[in-house]
Design a protein around this ligand. Structure first.
Ligand code: SF4
Ligand code: SF4
Length: 428
């Protein structure tokens, strides 16, 4: 049987719950947080800064949205979400300019912020330095304050277990709105204590947030590319508030997840797109399982945002404490190989239990790539070659079509008020 290496004590799931103790097996111990090469992280963020895939992969985003809009019920749900969410996002964008509403209390307000966050329904809250290594190019001048309050809002359990499904998509979007509104309220509270607070709405990310959540000790990065937090794994929506308040930083924690995922591998086994690689690699200065975007997006587009990698994760389904206790008493992964954990249904393909996966032909994975305008240019080049050059009637047609499509691509609203893809850090 594995021996206990150390025990992590964390606040309970709800505000009123007692703390929980999570045993971490000695053989799962690695480092607190995530293994990193700081110099590589520094180099990549300086020379190859990140951009949101809502911009960098806009061509496939528009393509995916057209496919998603073919599902009429989901189209209405998405439109309703966008309509309700837009004021929340816009309100967040203004918060960086808002002045405090009282004089500073003059002492460390970490515990006040955490208590207020918990009372507003956030299941996890931690504080760390805002890490500009991850800020998107398009947001680099937006972030004003040095400290990041990392906030996770739990998504309802039952609908999430039916992923991929309409009920799961409904709860996905409504959790974002509830969280966004709670974040605005927390910002008001911090201002009432005499400090500034900039609310980064959860559908308007300034960068991938998971590295800061890991740094704040709220979980570790799972093989599925998501934050595995103690109580609900990745069944949560994340947001950040930056502030100039007097606060203390939390520390990263070794929950044993970095190594546990190497043993578990359920998400890699169950991913319909085979988009999750089994072995960790070094990517932009961190060691992780890099997701393959071009194998994931086509599945997400056709199967209600997919999310099977969230649904089948034992930490999501059972919580970290039962999973780690089970591992220590049996050496096994709780639920692995069972229909309850691993099974899922795809609307046009039927049910897939453990060991069963759908198959897709190569055509299934064909999709536009890059920025919208880059993709228009790619298509134009192909058409021109097929037309035999510009000095032909077909070449003239290709030029006219190119002009129309390019102006449409450049006119596209780059703002996203809906459910973006930035929540998944391993896309970038
Ligand atoms: S969302 Fe679906 S296709 Fe994408 S990585 Fe997760 S399980 Fe695979
Ligand atoms: S399913 Fe297993 S391997 Fe995948 S993220 Fe969850 S714990 Fe890690």
């Amino acid at each position: 049987m594995p021996k206990i290496g150390h025990i992590v004590t964390r606040p309970g799931r709800r505000e009123q719950d007692p703390p929980v103790e999570i045993p971490v097996a000695e053989e799962l111990e690695t480092v607190p947080g995530i293994p990193k090469h700081e110099s590589d992280l520094e180099f990549y963020s300086r020379e190859y800064p990140l951009e949101t895939i809502n911009i960098d992969e806009r061509a496939s985003r528009d393509w995916a949205n057209r496919i998603r809009d073919g599902h009429l019920e989901m189209r209405e749900i998405r439109r309703e979400h966008d309509r309700l969410n837009k004021p929340i996002v816009m309100a967040g964008r203004m918060t960086g300019e808002m002045e405090p509403t009282s004089e500073p209390v003059g002492e460390d307000i970490t515990e006040l912020i955490k208590a207020k966050a918990r009372s507003l329904g956030f299941g996890e809250v931690g504080i760390t330095r805002y890490d500009h290594h991850y800020t998107y190019v398009s947001k680099k001048d937006w972030v004003k304050f040095p400290h990041a309050i990392c906030l996770a809002y739990e998504q309802d359990y039952e609908p999430t277990q039916s992923i991929p499904s309409v009920p799961a998509e409904i709860v996905h979007s409504s959790t974002y709105r509830t969280e966004g509104a709670a974040g605005l309220e927390l910002g008001n509270y911090i201002r009432s204590l005499g400090y500034r607070a900039q609310v980064h709405s959860p559908n308007d990310n300034t960068g991938p947030y998971i590295p800061m959540f890991v740094e704040a000790g709220l979980g570790q990065l799972g093989a599925n590319g998501q934050l595995l937090s103690p109580h609900f794994g990745s069944r949560a929506r994340l947001m950040v508030i930056t502030t100039d308040a007097a606060v203390s930083y939390d520390k990263p924690v070794d929950y044993g997840i970095h190594q546990f995922c190497n043993i578990c591998q359920v998400c890699a086994n169950r991913c319909p797109g085979r988009a999750i690689i089994r072995d960790k690699i070094w990517w932009r200065g961190a060691e992780k399982n890099k997701l393959i975007f071009k194998r994931c997006r086509p599945v997400m587009a056709r199967y209600l945002g997919c999310g099977i990698c969230m649904k089948v994760c034992p930490i999501q389904k059972y919580g970290m404490k039962p999973v780690m206790e089970h591992y220590i008493s049996t050496g096994e992964v709780l639920g692995k190989g069972t229909n309850g954990l691993e099974g899922y249904e795809l609307h046009d393909q039927g049910y897939f239990g453990p060991g069963e996966l759908p198959t897709f032909d190569g055509q299934f994975f064909n999709m536009p790539h890059g920025k919208a305008e880059d993709w228009v240019f790619e298509q134009f080049k192909e058409k021109l070659v097929a037309a035999g050059g510009v000095e032909t009637a077909a070449g003239d047609d290709a030029i006219e079509e190119f002009k129309d499509k390019l102006s449409m691509a450049l006119a596209l609203d780059q703002d996203a008020f809906g459910m973006g893809d930035d929540e998944n850090p391993d896309y970038i």
